[in-house]
Design a protein around this ligand. Structure first.
Ligand code: FES
Length: 106
């Protein structure tokens, strides 16, 4: 289990233990975290799982693939620390990861 901190756009914080091998999106959905709807179920077709990753964690994540970048380009207010949480797989190395949901996702 890996500790992931989800911060809603209103500042409400949820610290959740997520099983390794799940995505950060799946950890949110299973724990009813508001703001990560994941309408497409993780197939990179919706961007409703868009999160901002705390900068210090960015280089610990897998590279953004072109198809993920295409969806992020269509997401609300993408930033350079934007990721689709369905594409971040939880591992021991991500223990302590912090992600924030963008405005409009609640
Ligand atoms: S759940 Fe749809 S793009 Fe991530």
């Amino acid at each position: 289990m890996t500790k992931i901190t989800y911060i809603e756009n209103n500042g409400k914080t949820h610290v959740i233990e997520v099983a390794n091998g799940l995505s950060v999106m799946e950890g949110a959905v299973q724990n009813d975290i508001p703001g990560i709807d994941a309408d497409c179920g993780g197939s990179m077709a919706c961007a409703t799982c868009h999160v901002y990753v705390k900068e210090e964690w960015l280089n610990k994540l897998s590279k953004v693939e072109d198809s993920e970048q295409d969806m992020l380009d269509m997401a609300f207010e993408p930033k350079k620390n934007s990721r689709l949480s369905c594409q971040i797989i939880v591992t021991d190395e991500l223990d302590g990861l912090v992600v924030t949901t963008p405005p409009k996702q609640s």
